[in-house]
Design a protein around this ligand. Structure first.
Ligand SMILES: N[C@@H](CCC(=O)N[C@@H](CS)C(=O)NCC(=O)O)C(=O)O
Length: 219
């Protein structure tokens, strides 16, 4: 019997994009279900009762939650092609460390920077940029975080590229000036079809984020 694979997601989610890229890398067919996070479906609440967040991968009726865990699951289940995690245990641990760093640092700092004003906004903006500088340093002179090939950490970070225009516009800075090597890396990743077919238009993301801010302010 064929696998039944369902993804609960929202189009602009960088965490959801990770899962979509991983599924594309493996050539897995799946049903995509767009969630309205202001009105979560009973299926999402049932499949992720703890965090009630997307993405959730439902594989043959069983839910897997948290994007980096889902990507690792996909790599293990569909192990016959396009390996995502490095085969070397040390490299694997390093890639996991940096994906964990992204998960702990980027989104929360972005929200503080996005939703604050004045001096506080400037302070969070600096902090936010310094996180990307740190990630750029971790890349070094390699073409990809995985070395010569696109891997787990590349996949974990590249979805944020579709938000760079939004990050820049809210802070009046340019990623190209702050992190030129990271920008070259992102453009290299975009040459991969699984990435370019997944990432949404940056202006569409910005319009969505402006709308979210208006909705928060009118509460
Ligand atoms: N650590 C989670 C983060 C997922 C996450 O933050 N999802 C957001 C959308 S980008 C969400 O579902 N938010 C709904 C809520 O917080 O109620 C992961 O990696 O999957």
């Amino acid at each position: 019997m064929a696998d039944e694979v369902v993804l609960l997601d929202t189009w602009a989610s960088m965490f959801g994009m990770r899962v979509r890229i991983a599924l594309a890398e493996k050539g897995v067919n799946y049903e995509y279900k767009e969630e309205d996070l202001r009105n979560k479906s009973p299926l999402l609440l049932q499949m992720n009762p703890i965090h009630q967040k997307i993405p959730v991968l439902v594989h043959n009726g069983k839910p897997i939650c948290e994007s980096s865990i889902i990507v690792q699951y996909i790599d293990e289940v569909w192990s016959d092609k396009s390996p995502i995690l490095p085969s070397d245990p040390y490299q694997r641990a390093q890639a996991r460390f940096w994906v964990d760093y992204i998960d702990k640092m980027v989104y929360d700092t972005w929200r503080k920077y996005w939703l604050s004003e004045g001096e506080e906004h400037e302070r969070w903006k600096k902090e936010f940029i310094s996180i990307f500088k740190q990630l750029e340093e971790a890349l070094g002179d390699k073409p990809f975080y995985g070395g010569d090939t696109f891997g787990f950490l590349d996949l974990g970070l590249i979805p944020f590229y579709s938000w760079f225009y939004t990050f820049e516009t809210y802070g009046n800075f340019k990623m190209e000036a702050e992190c030129p090597k990271l920008m070259s890396w992102a453009k290299r990743c975009m040459q991969r079809e699984t990435v370019s077919n997944t990432l949404p238009d940056e202006k569409k993301v910005y319009a969505h984020v402006v709308g979210m801010k208006k909705a928060l302010e009118s509460k």
